[in-house]
Write a protein that binds this ligand. Sequence first.
Ligand code: ZN
Length: 288
Amino acid sequence: MNIILVSNSTARTRSISLPLVLLIIGLLSLLPALLVWALIVPHGTHQHKGIPTSIHFVSASEQAHIDALAQQVGEMEARVLRLDALGARLSNLAGVKGADADALPPGRGGPMVDARTMSGVELEKHIHALTQSIELNGDKLSLLEATMLQQRLKASTLPSTMPTVVAYNSSSYGWRVDPFSGKEAFHEGLDFVADSGTPIYASAAGIVTAAEQTPDYGRIVKINHGSGLETRYAHASQLLVKAGERVERGQLIARVGSTGRSTGAHLHFEVRLNGAALDPRKYLQSAN
Ligand SMILES: [Zn+2]
C-alpha cells in the first residue's frame, strides 16, 4: 500500500484517504469469518462413529487448544476495535462521512481456505498473519492521521516539544504486558524514565484543564491545546500549575515522580484527540 502525503486541498485529501479507509473495512470484514472458524469449526479429526453429530467429544488437550484460540480471538477483537476507532477518526479528518463508509462494499479475497479442511495449526497461522497485518495497517493509518492533523493545526498547538530532558522508552506505547495485571493491555502513553524531581515541560501552548491527584495517574497535569487535542503528564511528584492557567510551550509545569499506578519514577506522557489516545512519537518526531 502506498501512502501519499496529502496537500491542504480537501478534495485531494478525500481521494487519497478513501482507499485506506476501504482497506481497513476490508480487513475488518475478514474478522467474522475468522471468529466462525475459531469457535465453530471442530479442531482435530476425531469422529466417533454412531454418535450423533450434534454431540462432539473433545479431549482435555483439544479443549485447552480451543481455549487458547478463543483467548487469541478475544485479543484480536480488542485490537480491531481500536483500529475501527482509528479508521472512524481518520474518516472524519479526511471529510469522509461514516454513512458513506458503511455503504462501501465489504472487502473480498484474502486467504480463503476451506474451513472444513483447516487444522487448528493452520487456523492459528491465519489468525497470527491477520493480527500482524492489522497492526501494520494501524501503524500506517496513525502516521497518516498525524500528517493530516499537522496540516490542519497551527504549529504552535501541536505537542511537538519533548516534555522532559531524557529520552523516551520507544516500545512503551502500544500493546505490552501490564506490570500490575500480567495481562496484555494497550498502554496509551509514552514513558520517560527519569529521576524523581526531573522537570516536566508543556509540549505545546494551551490551557491547563486539570492539575490533580487520581488513583491511577497519580499527580497529573492535563493541557487542552484546542481542536480536541490534549496532553497528559502523569505520576508527577509535584504539580507546578493550576487548572485554568495558560501555559506556554516548554513551560515548567510539574516534576517527575512515581505517584499513582507506577512501578518507579517516570513521566507517563499522553497525546489525545477528542479523548482517544494518539501515538505521541508521531508528534514529538515532527519537531525534529
Ligand atoms: Zn506509562
